[in-house]
Design a protein around this ligand. Structure first.
Ligand code: SF4
Length: 259
């Protein structure tokens, strides 16, 4: 049975043909690459994961900024690969390395000593079942707020675009994780906050979902998965050419783009 994820559903919404290339044909493009933006974002995530794991393991031990940035340097070098590509003109890999350092330094100044909440887990896998369809995802960080007692689902973004709150109110990912966490831990009596950290902007956007919103989300997900399964059955995956093609790993093999 197919296991869906937010990323998988979002790719179908962005371009059904790209979805087919990745998940059905399982094409590995000869010129596949990792964008430097994605690479930097992953290393920032690695570093925050390290910080909160350390904090959970040794709550009394202070994590210094220099320790945090050394870890970032370490994972940057350890994971660097030849397929990491800088697309923007006049930018170098080192510029992105420095951007990540700035993001982490600002996060450190805002949140150290990282004790506003109690971390329950980092990068926890969550499996969700909705009307027989299976979904999974990884939560950047799950915590309990020490003041409010609310369960918090954190997501860290290194995007250079700051969305409107109304866009985030329609976002599926963290609300989906809330459904999974409620079920997994029987947290139906708890209040939840879903928190988007737009790290480049030092902005934390905190939202709550009503039961009605969660029910609507479930219905929309079921409809979307049914649409995808019908498209698979009919082998009907139209191309959706647009600005996202520039970052699409399948652009070298995509006839619609190359036309
Ligand atoms: S290059 Fe554009 S149209 Fe082609 S698969 Fe990628 S996103 Fe879709």
């Amino acid at each position: 049975m197919t296991v869906y994820s937010h990323t998988r559903l979002a790719l179908y919404e962005k371009c059904p043909l790209a979805y087919k290339y990745r998940y059905i044909d399982k094409i590995k493009p000869a010129e596949a690459f990792t964008s430097i933006e994605m690479f930097m974002g992953s290393r920032v995530h690695d570093t925050l994961e390290y910080v909160y794991k350390q904090r959970k393991k040794s709550p009394m031990e202070k994590i210094t900024l220099s320790e945090m940035l050394s870890y970032y340097d370490f994972v940057w070098k350890k994971n660097w690969a030849d397929d990491v590509k800088v697309i923007k003109e006049n930018m170098t890999a080192n510029d992105y390395l420095d951007q990540g350092k700035l993001i982490l330094s600002e996060y450190y100044q805002t949140y150290q000593p990282f004790d506003r909440d109690e971390t329950l887990s980092v990068e926890e896998r969550i499996d969700i079942s909705i009307e027989g369809f299976k979904l999974m995802g990884f939560i950047d960080r799950l915590s309990v707020n020490k003041e409010s007692g609310h369960v918090e689902i954190h997501d860290y973004k290194t995007s250079s675009h700051l969305p409107d709150v109304t866009d985030l109110q329609n976002d599926r990912q963290l609300a989906l994780y809330q459904i999974g966490i409620q079920k997994k831990y029987n947290f139906y009596d708890k209040e939840f906050d879903i928190i988007y950290h737009y790290l480049r902007f030092r902005k934390e956007i905190r939202l709550q979902k009503s039961e009605d919103e969660l029910e609507n989300l479930k219905k929309n997900i079921v409809t979307l998965i049914q649409t995808i399964e019908l498209a698979s059955w009919e082998n009907d995956f139209p191309a959706c050419v647009g600005s996202a093609c520039r970052w699409c790993e399948f652009s070298p093999v995509c006839p619609a783009f190359n036309k």
